[in-house]
Design a protein around this ligand. Structure first.
Ligand SMILES: [Zn+2]
Length: 335
């Protein structure tokens, strides 16, 4: 894998899931273009899950259905390649457009350069900034702020010409979706972001399996696990794998698994893909992966199966699948 650290590390203090052995290195093709196809998939799957499940969410936001990037988030080694591939010399630009989302409907396109939102110039990174995600985050926040009333006017530049685009947002669960280039298979959720590594996305065989991963992380955010684990005083360090800490982590992992199949079904993905994915992972993972902070594989798969049966039974009766009880009220975690 080329040393391209597109995003400078994970957002801090996330909930780590699916910590699996490293996969083969990324193929040495134009790395940034290979990554963009993953961004596209994650943007589309994330948008669909977040908006289809708006009724299940305690915290909502207007989604634009676009991912943005800025030259400053690329490492020194990756800058030239990114600038050449995406025309990022001219300012922040569109990295990915979610299928069927607001940006696509507004006919925004990949590589459109973003100039302003609701008349206010978008923040720019300090000259020479590299390997930092902070300026990109300012830009994301400016667009989300403009969209806070459900619509935003974006001034863009495409093929040298400026134009104004009216974006009509779509209400969904509050979360941002992000791909992190890495040869390790990891996914994390910190309450705000859902992050998946490139290696983990490449491990999925189709978008239903990708939806299983994104839905699991989105479920952590919907259920405010990060905040509730902190409120319960868990230890994320040496003692995470023991006693009460481990029980609370396992409880949140099981809840995320069970809510994930509900979210997948609601968004029109095949919930059985979660069983397929976790079954394959259980064969590939190191034997100790199920110990400690995550339930063991057979029990994870059994709880997915049981949730899928509940959904199927409701549908067979012509009823809406019921939201799992733990997701209807967020009580303090007690282990
Ligand atoms: Zn998890």
């Amino acid at each position: 894998m080329r040393p391209i650290s597109r995003i400078a590390g994970w957002a801090s203090a996330l909930i780590a899931c699916a910590d699996l052995p490293a996969s083969a290195a990324l193929p040495n093709q134009p790395v940034v273009l290979a990554l963009r196809s993953l961004d596209q998939r994650v943007a589309s799957v994330g948008h669909r899950l977040a908006t289809a499940n708006v009724a299940a969410c305690f915290e909502r936001q207007w989604h634009s259905g676009l991912l943005v990037h800025d030259l400053s988030q690329y490492s020194l080694q990756g800058r030239q390649e990114a600038a050449a591939a995406f025309g990022l010399d001219g300012g922040p630009a569109i990295l990915a457009v979610a299928e069927g989302g607001p940006a696509e409907r507004a006919q925004l396109r990949l590589n459109d350069v973003l100039l302003s939102a609701d008349g206010a110039a978008l923040p720019r990174a300090p000259a020479g900034a590299h390997g930092t995600f902070e300026p990109t985050e300012w830009i994301i926040e400016a667009i989300e702020a403009a969209l806070a009333d459900g619509r935003a006017e974006l001034r863009i530049r495409r093929a040298g010409k400026e134009q104004t685009v009216r974006l009509i947002g779509e209400l969904g669960c509050a979360s941002r979706f992000q791909v992190v280039p890495s040869a390790r298979r990891r996914a994390e959720a910190d309450g705000r972001y859902v992050q998946l590594t490139s290696a983990l996305i490449e491990y999925t065989r189709d978008d239903d399996e990708l939806a299983a991963l994104v839905a699991h992380e989105l479920a952590h955010n919907i259920l405010r696990h990060r905040t509730r684990l902190n409120a319960a005083g868990v230890d994320r360090g040496l003692f995470a794998r023991f006693g009460r800490n481990a029980r609370l982590f396992r409880q949140t992992e099981e809840e995320a698994d069970r809510l994930a199949v509900y979210l997948m079904d609601k968004a029109g993905f095949d919930p059985r893909a979660a069983v397929r994915l976790w079954t394959r992972q259980s064969r590939d993972a190191s034997p100790r992966a199920g110990n400690g902070t995550h339930p063991n594989w057979p029990s994870r798969i059994a709880s997915l199966e049981s949730e899928i049966r509940v959904i199927a039974a409701a549908k067979a009766d012509g009823r809406e699948p019921p939201l799992p009880a733990f997701a209807t009220r967020l009580d303090p975690l007690s282990g």
